[in-house]
Design a protein around this ligand. Structure first.
Ligand code: ARG
Length: 275
């Protein structure tokens, strides 16, 4: 009997811990007055290991994307719940229509457009190579023969594969970008290929580690981030319009400035939206 009781306690405690984790990972419901009753509470997925766009800080999802999402949802009058579901599950959930959209520094490209819909672009990015000082890396071609870490299923992984060969054995694929960086710190890999702003953030946040980041304009193309929707989602147009208003009204500029300390090239973004 006693044994049974302690088992019950264990289960109860386990459930409590689980539900606490659940809420602490959620950004919570946005309750700004813009939301109306007849609109659904939108479910938004992300992969919060990609600072400064989305990352966990004291149990909350924070970052540029998080603030931008908030502004877009306020503008469009939606309540929403942002959940840190992880990269692959996020893509699968959007594809299956289990969530309404995702924001995660997601690059808009033709491949993905076959499976997903995207908003207008909201950020320009390119790739960078991050490595421990002393490695003789001056261009993307120097990655050949080295061990390279990437996040699986990202355009950074594709960029590395373009240079080194698809599924090359020297490419180590990690579930998150943060794990790829950790393997660089541990010297399991010689370099990491990832988005430039995320690379620069890593270098900035590791002043003691002797890390460097370089780009390679010849081998790495520029790309744009967008909100990602299930194919034929009716939300895309509405949220793209809200995003465009925010970009035009100066709200975007304010958020950008808060996170990056510089002004965005708004004209370039608006032009890219019409391409
Ligand atoms: N921009 C890259 C891509 O779309 C990397 C995005 C990774 N984002 C993240 N939250 N882990 O493939």
């Amino acid at each position: 009997m006693k044994k049974n009781l302690s088992l019950v306690y264990l289960i109860v405690i386990g459930l409590l811990v689980l539900s606490a984790c659940g809420t602490s990972n959620d950004e919570g419901t946005n309750t700004d007055e813009g939301a109306t009753d007849d609109k659904p509470v939108l479910q938004v997925g992300t992969d919060a290991a990609f600072a400064p766009f989305e990352y966990m800080e004291t149990g909350e999802i924070v970052g540029f994307d998080v603030d931008l999402l908030e502004a877009v949802m306020n503008e469009a009058g939606y309540e929403y719940e942002l959940k840190n579901v992880g990269w692959d599950p996020m893509l699968a959930s959007v594809q299956g229509g289990n969530i309404d959209l995702a924001i995660a520094g997601i690059t808009i490209n033709d491949d993905r457009k076959e499976t997903f819909d995207f908003s207008v672009p909201y950020f320009e990015s390119t790739h960078m190579i991050v490595f421990n000082e002393g490695a003789d890396i001056n261009s993307a071609k120097d990655l050949i023969g080295l061990k390279v870490g990437v996040q699986t299923g990202t355009t950074g992984a594709e960029a590395a594969e373009k240079i080194m060969g698809k599924n090359h054995e020297d490419i180590a694929k990690y579930e998150t970008t943060a794990l790829a960086f950790m393997s660089l710190t541990n010297e399991d890999v010689d370099a990491v290929v990832t988005d430039n702003v995320v690379a620069a953030e890593y270098v900035k946040n590791n002043p003691d580690a002797t890390v460097e980041a370089i780009t390679d304009k010849e081998n790495f193309e520029s790309e744009y981030y967008g909100l990602m929707f299930p194919k034929d989602s009716e939300l895309e147009e509405e949220l793209s319009a809200a995003l465009t208003s925010i970009i035009e009204s100066g709200k975007y500029e304010k958020i950008y400035n808060e996170w990056f300390g510089t002004d965005p090239d708004v004209d370039m973004l608006l032009k890219a939206a019409n391409q």
